[in-house]
Design a binder for this molecule. Structure first.
Ligand code: FFO
Ligand code: ATP
Length: 191
């Protein structure tokens, strides 16, 4: 897909997502969280990496809190020089501060990097997805560079509102496919 086409798609779908009311976002995010909590891929993972939402993304903060509460290791992205450094945090209240693009990231003093091999499931944000697990993000290539570092078979779980999912998008060679896609309607794709 041409870069311009990709950008048009980002804008169009971004508008759909922005048009959800805060109440819709909350309700749908809760349903997505409830679905994730039933996934064997999540339940069996002792170390879970997830993003912390910004703006109108699928909300993950409650899930992050539950993950810690369940005694799992919680890993979140720290962006540095165009790369994601996965870091473990122990507390959402104490260990985070606004970082790259206003995203809550581990404070330098609390950032404990973990090896990709230690991560057992990843929840991935995105702007546009398709029904076969393809994904377009904000265009930084962060997850496209990070996901290949995970051991083969690590569950890669995309989270999206239904309005972000298209039938099929043509992506590029470096674009990383999800192994599962969860929306407010449940698991809509599984590899
Ligand atoms: N919550 C969350 N965390 C994440 C990501 C994400 O998509 N969501 N990322 C996923 O890669 C990485 C950070 N990458 C990001 C890249 C761009 C923008 C962003 O807001 N871009 C603006 C354009 C800014 C500009 O061009 O000046 C935008 O799209 O409006 C945010 C995060 C890692 N952490
Ligand atoms: N594995 C990679 N190695 C080097 N460059 C890459 C890689 N993956 C992506 N890029 C580059 O990063 C830029 C953005 O890629 P792309 O548009 O696919 O990002 P995205 O999936 O939308 O964003 P993100 O992953 O940050 O949410 C492109 O210029 C692309 O060439």
């Amino acid at each position: 897909m041409a870069a311009e086409e990709k950008d048009n798609l980002r804008q169009k779908i971004g508008r759909y997502r922005a048009n959800l009311t805060p109440e819709e976002r909350r309700t749908k995010s809760r349903r997505i969280m409830e679905c994730v909590l039933t996934l064997p891929q999540f339940c069996q993972a002792q170390s879970v990496m997830l993003y912390l939402e910004i703006r109108d993304e699928v909300e993950t903060t409650s899930l992050a809190r539950k993950t810690i509460g369940m005694g799992k290791r919680l890993v979140v992205p720290l962006c540095k020089e165009n790369r994601i450094i996965p870091c473990e945090i122990a507390s959402l209240e104490d260990d985070l501060a606004a970082g790259y693009m206003g995203i809550r990231e581990p404070k330098e003093t609390c950032a404990r990097p973990v090896q990709p091999e230690e991560i057992e499931a990843v929840l991935v944000p995105g702007l546009v997805f398709d029904q076969e697990g393809r994904r377009i993000g904000y265009g930084g290539g962060y997850y496209d560079r990070f996901l290949p570092l995970l051991p083969a078979g690590t569950p890669i779980i995309g989270l999206a509102f239904e309005c972000q999912v298209l039938g099929k998008i043509s992506t590029e060679e470096h674009d990383q496919r999800m192994s599962l896609l969860v929306t407010e309607n449940g698991v809509i794709y599984q590899r």
